[in-house]
Design a protein around this ligand. Sequence first.
Ligand SMILES: [Zn+2]
Length: 1001
Amino acid sequence: MNVNQSAPPVPPFGQPQPIYPGYHQSSYGGQPGTTAPPTPYGTYNGPVPGYQQTLPQGVSRAPPSSGAPPVSTAQSPCGQAAYGQFGQGDVQNGPSSTVQMQRLPGSQPFGSPLAPVVSQPAVLQPYGPPPTSAQVTAQLAGMQISGAMAPAPPPSGLGYGPPTSLASASGSFPNSGPYGAYPQGQAPSLSQAQSHPGVQPPQRSAPPLASSFTPPASGGPRMPSMTGPLLPGQGFGGPPVSQPNHVSSPPPQALPPGPQMTGPPGPPPPMHSSQQPGYQLQQNGSFGPTRGPQPNFGSPYPGAPTFGSQPGPPQPLPPKRLDPDAIPSPIQVIEDDRNNRGSEPFVTGVRGQVPPLVTTNFLVKDQGNASPRYIRCTSYNIPCTSDMAKQAQVPLAAVIKPLARLPPEEASPYVVDHGESGPLRCNRCKAYMCPFMQFIEGGRRFQCCFCSCINDVPPQYFQHLDHTGKRVDAYDRPELSLGSYEFLATVDYCKNNKFPSPPAFIFMIDVSYNAIRTGLVRLLCEELKSLLDYLPREGGAEESAIRVGFVTYNKVLHFYNVKSSLAQPQMMVVSDVADMFVPLLDGFLVNVNESRAVITSLLDQIPEMFADTRETETVFAPVIQAGMEALKAAECAGKLFLFHTSLPIAEAPGKLKNRDDRKLINTDKEKTLFQPQTGAYQTLAKECVAQGCCVDLFLFPNQYVDVATLSVVPQLTGGSVYKYACFQVENDQERFLSDLRRDVQKVVGFDAVMRVRTSTGIRAVDFFGAFYMSNTTDVELAGLDGDKTVTVEFKHDDRLNEESGALLQCALLYTSCAGQRRLRIHNLALNCCTLLADLYRNCETDTLINYMAKFAYRGVLNSPVKTVRDTLITQCAQILACYRKNCASPSSAGQLILPECMKLLPVYLNCVLKSDVLQPGAEVTTDDRAYVRQLVTSMDVAETNVFFYPRLLPLLIVVKQEDKLEMLFKHFLVEDKSLSGGASYVDFLCHMHKEIRQLLS
Ligand SMILES: [Zn+2]
């Protein structure tokens, strides 16, 4: 069976170009709305029996206001938007002068006394076993940092298509926009910052060879360090550089004797007198022969061997050796990818293609594999055997966003209706019909591409095959030619064999003293009056099918009858919170248009009714219980929107106590801070999932509210948590309202079950995200919106086959906003390899980081944070050591060699290690950490990328508030040493290098 299909260039059915006002450009890499031209799709061939084209679902009206950021932001101690990196637009981080100027004195000792580095010889890199003595070596060639001026040449035929026109780069990054606001001469433009003015970049397409290094940790702005001409040994020694698969990186390079370096004066390092610059200084087994004491380095890696390993009396700083320009720069990698891959559509017809980076704005043409907007993988080429996979330690995972919103230029999945017979599936493994199924025996049977079972084709689905064995109607049927599509589900796919009712939204508003005092209740009620007109609708529906209901509460609950026939809303109070019931059925969930007058009256009255409240205590679990019972009584799925202000200390189920204790940080009990303090919420969540009751929680705390416990139900029901510490209307209303609008308008799939099937040889073994699982295979989601991802890890259970590759099929059964039961199918074919180099050439670091962060963030629930951090570091070192051992050409031990696809792995991983969950600063609260932990759990790759490596705002914008924002900014300077002891980028690279050497020795 060969599944390496390639579809014809243009699928004959035209793909409509629906408009999705709900789509926010910023979700796709945060770029300002650069839209590519519409893609030239062919025309639709007309309806085919059995295939009913329906309108793509989606909202088709404008949101009430624009500019909602893709993800809510959190706050750390009142007023500090510590997690405000989302939605910041065109911002930047990176080894620029901005970073340098913020460097603290404490980090000074680190970068400076680095040892000379041996650069990676520029050689033709065979992607096979370690090269033999025939290897061409150019010992004096500089480092291969492909990120500098010219892009790395693409790996031939693998993943990276031919470089496209540079002129049509998609983004405006980096020289326009806010960054351009720097006064000239203060901050070099990015391209300037990446090159040496004194050295002409090579006039060829190979990566330029960086040469000497200046230390980044000098405390001064990062300025070009080379003033002279190219030094011997720094130039382009060796054959043309064609080593696209790896980049050797920062380890300090030995300088030939001679001046040429600017930088703080100082004596040359003692061991620097070698006659062979660039090579022999690294043989002493320690990284950096000339090193003073490293008083601060111990903290990031307590217990680890110290970095310099040569404690001694303080020495004057030697000349700087490490050139920050030679360190792989995320900004450069991002920019290069935009230039190379942003101008042409990503066509999914070929198996195992690595998509453009999430930071690149690109269009997708579905020709048989799911778009990377739906599925991204850590590697698009999987080792054939588990032994290989274990050797490499590269996690095999897919980050799946089944309901991802698409840009307007891309068609959302077709809906296929097979009538009463329902979707065609494999009899044995139950996989759904897809482009990889093989039709045989003249079309009367098909062989399952997942389990190889031979199935009969039902008479109504029969079609003849052409001379290539393909069905002649293949391109008329989405399920035979596209990577993603939907099936209408039959009643067999419905709960209790009954088609579902449209879902309902219930707004549950805390009206205790704090909520009233801050103006929250008034603001919210005012907003809801208009927002209710924008509930999600499907296709061309005139109005939303979603019904709404209202509850207010403090330590009792108030239900409201807003039946359209009433002149005024009626309140019913339930004070028996221990045994929650819903006091009314008729009139609680209503159609907005029918009951508009009553609802408006209610929303006008709520702030007045509780204006004089003195009630400060609240309940929480009974509120969720009430909403869930109401949905149960109405026999529908739905979503609860909870607006809550305080720790629920009132006597009731789910009552909580304040157990915040910062003294637990860095102890074995730290994990308890992330665990819920009672099991009651898991039990409640399970009931909610069974009912298809998704819970979105908006928190407005003035103090500790135990986010770790309160977020359990949202987390297990596919919901979202938003947090606004010390909410003040004047400061926070914009952010809150934009979050709220976006949240309410989101298209959501309800009562969903997701299953990931794989072809023989691998299987899904682990899942990360906001969901519930009652068995080992089915991901249950009370609700799933277009922002939520599920990260799935795969393991081998047999040998894979290079020829047939590996297949994934993600099937999501859900109820649409209009109450239609559907199946959304995503298919993806991956390559399989017997050479490790093929694995390393087809990895995606952003997706690896997404997986590793989620893995670590779950780990802190059960293990000491230090253990989790060490595990991450070890895994990263193993990945890189395996590459070095098996894929890179032999080179000096003193050299750090990184695979091209993973050259940003160290910097990004260091950002994860320094994040508030794994290394909290003094200003980070327990609630912040719990909040971030759950937030990251369902992030997609674009979100984790910008979350862990935030792009910085230009300083000019915030210069007036410098005091308040200084801490915030330091938080974002992820390449610097952090206040909480996190290592700088350079330090971490060196540490990683040492770990790798230990593994290889
Ligand atoms: Zn099968």
